[in-house]
Write a protein that binds this ligand. Structure first.
Ligand SMILES: Cc1cc2nc3c(=O)[nH]c(=O)nc-3n(C[C@H](O)[C@H](O)[C@H](O)COP(=O)(O)O)c2cc1C
Length: 140
């Protein structure tokens, strides 16, 4: 299996409905393609991890890269994996802009910077740790 992490910028700020539509569609597709992962959205930027069989992950990344809803799609890491880190998530999602101060407590050090692809480019580990931390904060 393969795990790919990337960062990108929405071409414009997405409203709630657009995000919900994107997620519903993605989750449906991910069940079909046996993809798991996590998507974080903050201030118009995305970071996402996708994991699954090599072919499925490579094909999805290709589709995502070509998606006109975002730009500057920057691969941060591409690693073979034996065990999924997000097995229960057909695409976990956090809109960090919508989270309360209490919910964000504990993440402060991570959220000092913006979420831009340029920032994460040389810091793949930071993106990975963020994705894992948000997974651990999700109970549903
Ligand atoms: C930020 C972002 C994350 C996405 N995540 C997924 C995903 O996890 N799974 C998925 O199937 N599509 C995802 N998509 C949608 C794909 O880019 C693409 O629309 C989808 O693979 C369908 O492509 P197709 O209609 O050409 O088959 C995402 C798009 C964006 C902008």
């Amino acid at each position: 299996m393969l795990s790919i992490i990337y960062a990108s910028s929405a071409v414009r700020l997405l409203n709630r409905k657009e995000l919900v539509d994107l997620l519903e569609y993605s989750r449906k597709m991910n069940v079909e393609n046996d993809i798991t992962g996590m998507l974080l959205y903050r201030g118009g930027n995305f970071i996402q991890v996708i994991e699954g069989e090599d072919e499925a992950v490579l094909q999805l990344y290709k589709n995502i890269k070509a998606d006109p809803r975002h730009k500057d799609v920057t691969m941060l890491s591409k690693d073979p994996i034996v065990i999924r880190q997000f097995p229960d998530w057909r695409m976990g999602f956090r809109n960090i802009d919508q989270m309360s101060e209490e919910e964000l407590e504990g993440f402060s050090g991570f959220l000092d910077n913006d979420f831009s692809p340029a920032y994460f480019k040389d810091k793949p580990t930071r993106a990975y740790i963020l994705l894992l931390s948000f997974k651990d904060s999700m109970t549903d």
